[in-house]
Design a protein around this ligand. Structure first.
Ligand SMILES: [Zn+2]
Length: 143
């Protein structure tokens, strides 16, 4: 088993669905970090078979809405003095602003740069969709 030093103070994003760690790493712009960051992929997990883990040796602001959109199963652990002081679960956000675009090309949010796209969670046939607050169009998101 790969051994990685535990972190004294920082953030561990755990239980990332295997394969999504790199995406989250990019979205958090961790390649530009000037503090220690570790991305572990395909770590054996008792719960899900395999998982990805990101360890960040710093306290940075995390966009939990964005993390929930990418992977609602992950958990965020805040570490202080080698102990988990806060464990946060994310979920599929009910409302989203500006993370992706409305698929309706005539929607005002697509041609007025001052209008931020806004969506509300909607389900269609068991799939996750977002309803545009301006034109009501259902959009499947990709970020
Ligand atoms: Zn729209």
């Amino acid at each position: 088993m790969l051994k990685v030093n535990s972190i004294n103070c920082g953030i561990v994003i755990d239980h990332i669905t295997a394969g999504k760690g790199m995406k989250i790493f990019e979205k958090l712009k961790l390649a530009e970090a000037d503090f220690p960051v570790v991305l572990l992929i395909n770590v054996p997990s008792s719960k899900h078979g395999k998982k990805d883990i990101i360890k960040i040796e710093n306290r940075i602001d995390l966009d939990l809405t964005m993390l929930g959109l990418i992977d609602p199963t992950l958990t965020v652990n805040i570490i202080e003095n080698d102990e988990i002081v806060n464990k946060m679960h994310v979920s599929i956000p009910k409302e989203v602003q500006g993370m992706f675009k409305c698929k309706n090309p005539r929607c005002i949010s697509n041609f007025d740069e001052y209008v931020t796209p806004k969506f509300e969670l909607a389900h269609r046939n068991g799939k996750i969709r977002y309803r545009c607050s301006y034109c009501e169009e259902l959009t499947s998101y990709s970020i």
